[in-house]
Design a protein around this ligand. Sequence first.
Ligand SMILES: Nc1ncnc2c1ncn2[C@@H]1O[C@H](COP(=O)(O)OP(=O)(O)OP(=O)(O)O)[C@@H](O)[C@H]1O
Ligand SMILES: [Mg+2]
Length: 367
Amino acid sequence: MAGVTFDRVTKCFGDVVAVDDLSLDVFDEEFLVLLGPSGCGKSTALRMIAGLEEPSEGTIEIGESIVNDVEAKDRDVAMVFQSYALYPHMSVRKNIEFPLRTRKVASDEREKLVHDAAESLGLETLLDRKPAQLSGGQRQRVALARAIVRRPKVFLMDEPLSNLDAKLRVQTRAELIELQRELATTVIYVTHDQVEGMTMGHRIAIMADGKLQQVGPPQAVYDHPANLFVAGFIGNPPMNTVSGPIVRTASDPAGSFGIGVEGTVIPLPAGHCAAIERSGAKTVVLGVRPEHLRPATEGGLVATVAVIESLGHERHVDCRLADGQMVISRLSSSEPAPLVGERVNLTVDPLELHIFDGVTEEAIETT
Ligand SMILES: Nc1ncnc2c1ncn2[C@@H]1O[C@H](COP(=O)(O)OP(=O)(O)OP(=O)(O)O)[C@@H](O)[C@H]1O
Ligand SMILES: [Mg+2]
């Protein structure tokens, strides 16, 4: 078992900086999800751990050893790909057994290990089939069994569920969480799906344009996104953001002020104002999670209901402000919903407001 450390790792492909000065500690026995949009450098980061790409700069450690000069086959990591990459002419048993054969494990030991891996993934009855005779979910499980069979120090998984249908994805997600717990091994799991990140990771590391944006437990990242990118990426629907000038009025209590949005001023608590003053921000962007934007009879932002999306257990009420900015309020289905075309007042508990510097887009910490 082992942790993995990136220390100031950069990877360039010609002019493209795929991974940019990445420093990240993945702990022993941790389930870390590397999350970000397409092209942000997730697979490249993972492939550098596996030894399939060489860093342009920086070092990678597995356990206590720097592995930059260690060949892929000697790194004791196993990788599972989106494409499964099973050998089509081999049976399930032979596929799972393959990494043991290449390591010249004795046949009785091989048999036991294959049996254990197949059992933990529910594949015992499928061992004599060929991959073509399996469903997508079963194939994915064979790929996982082949990865776990030799008990590597670290598992690397690159979007392993993205070929599965929605229902099977949810089921396999839960199985993977259990499997990681049982094996008590380090898993680094790449995905662009923020729901997988939220549900599976002990921590998530969010990347954009090759750069690490934030790393932390999922709930902490949801509650305290470090910048506007993370705020917009984590959460569905994403956090609402509205921008406006800092407005001071004579009636403001000492030291506090508001943000002008659409003809009204959203007052900020004194602590938020002090934080903005300290940060020196000239303009700010307010962020509000959809569940914190509540219809009310008066006050707040005035908006017109444009669309209502009903999801069964909840409704997303998409509202247009007078200047065209859209905001979404998330309501439980048991709450009364406004009608399309209706004018509504949307209020927010000021303590639920997130504040970002309008120029740097970094969060302004209010606590
Ligand atoms: N072998 C390569 N040669 C040139 N550019 C590459 C190579 N591999 C990756 N890149 C570029 O590096 C960047 C990061 O690619 P990477 O595959 O790591 O992204 P990703 O986050 O895994 O994306 P996705 O979610 O689409 O799989 C992209 O701009 C990509 O085009
Ligand atoms: Mg990728």
